[in-house]
Design a protein around this ligand. Structure first.
Ligand code: 8OZ
Length: 358
């Protein structure tokens, strides 16, 4: 029988009961101190029929924050909060990895104790930051000194250790959507003249150091990476995306990762994505490939059957359909997602989307 969304899958050390993945989704509903709270446990537990849950993007250090009410993964209290989530998911036979995040320049002093956000180069993003007092202009970030980069790599290692202590099945290194690691990769945000700027090898150096250090800490078979070669969100661009990201996929092959996760286009606005050949890109990566963006059941099944992808990550459908797997199985209609409750707020639009038959 041909493989489809309902076939089991082994991603490194992580065994998935199906190939329907809950994509990482920022929801801005963590408790005080970036500690996951009761409604966050309910939210993830409700979505446990997914083959794999990828958590919302989660800051690895105080400086990694860039939006209100994010959960963190660097304090003992945060670890204890996440442990309740991983326990609930595991009790129902689910699998869950945490997405490790540093926002770089996509922050605001009010979110990071009055400090100036950091980036590869001092280039201010267009548009505005979401802060506790509404939208405010971004500030010009401070270019990181080379001597600071080992400290950032250590923050990823510490976060990966915290993730293991919290009971996660693995981690996904967030190198997409215009945040710190993506800012290093793409030349619209990286104009460095040291060994972290210029050539593809130089721009990918920090990502490779982070992935190498995380792999050494928790194992390649529990580590995934997310890339978004052409997402213009967060004022991002690159002069040669196809060649750059094929280089990155090739370079990641050395680790033997659990998976590579690709955002196959533009998300969250920010303009049109430039053309990109994802089929060609995918062929460069030798391990499991997770595809994301605007897939429905039919396109997901087709991508698995024709060998493009090993599994499919669904984002917006998972906001509104905790039982997406069951709905796909029965070809049942999907609940529509209410955009006004995506970011921040209460249990409304978070844990009150109906299950089938309820
Ligand atoms: C939407 C709003 C805030 C953050 C991403 C973590 O795009 C995000 C994000 C998305 O990766």
């Amino acid at each position: 029988m041909a493989l489809d969304l309902f076939s089991p899958l082994q991603l490194g050390a992580i065994n998935l009961k199906n190939r329907i993945v809950m994509a990482p989704l920022t929801r801005n509903r963590a408790g005080e101190g970036g500690v996951p709270q009761a409604m966050n446990v309910t939210y993830y537990e409700q979505r446990t029929s997914a083959g794999l849950i990828i958590t919302e993007a989660t800051p690895i250090s105080p400086m990694a924050h860039g939006y209100p009410a994010l959960p963190g993964i660097y304090t003992p209290e945060q670890v204890a909060g996440w442990k309740k989530i991983t326990d609930a998911v595991h009790a129902k036979g689910g699998r869950i990895v945490i997405q490790l995040w540093h926002v770089g320049r996509i922050s605001h002093p009010s979110l990071i104790g009055g400090q100036t956000p950091v980036a590869p180069s001092a280039i201010k993003p267009a548009e505005q930051a979401f802060t506790y007092s509404g939208l405010q202009d971004y500030v010009t970030p401070r270019a990181l000194d080379k001597s600071e980069l080992p400290g950032i790599v250590n923050d990823y290692v510490h976060a990966a250790q915290c993730a293991m202590a919290a009971g996660f099945d693995g981690v996904e290194v967030h190198s997409a959507n215009g945040y710190l690691l993506d800012q290093f990769l793409r030349d619209g945000t990286n104009q460095r003249t040291d060994e972290y700027g210029g050539s593809f090898e130089n721009r990918a150096r920090l990502l490779m150091q982070v992935v190498g250090a995380v792999v050494d800490t928790i194992g390649a078979d529990r580590t995934g990476v997310r890339l978004s070669p052409v997402n213009p969100f967060n004022d991002m661009r690159d002069s040669q995306p196809q060649a750059l990201f094929e280089y990155v996929a090739d370079a990641l092959n050395r680790f033997g990762l659990a998976y590579l996760h690709a955002v196959e286009g533009g998300i969250h606005g920010g303009g049109e994505a430039v053309p990109f050949d994802f089929a060609a890109f995918r062929k460069h990566f030798k391990g499991a490939y997770m595809a994301n963006l605007s897939y429905d059941k039919a396109r997901g099944n087709a991508a698995i059957t024709n060998g493009h992808a090993d599994c499919i990550a669904y984002g917006v459908p998972y906001i509104a359909n905790p039982d997406l797997v069951e709905r796909f199985k029965l070809d049942a209609p999907l609940n529509a997602a209410d955009e006004s409750t995506f970011y921040g707020g209460t249990e409304k639009g978070y844990i009150d989307y109906p299950f089938l038959g309820k």
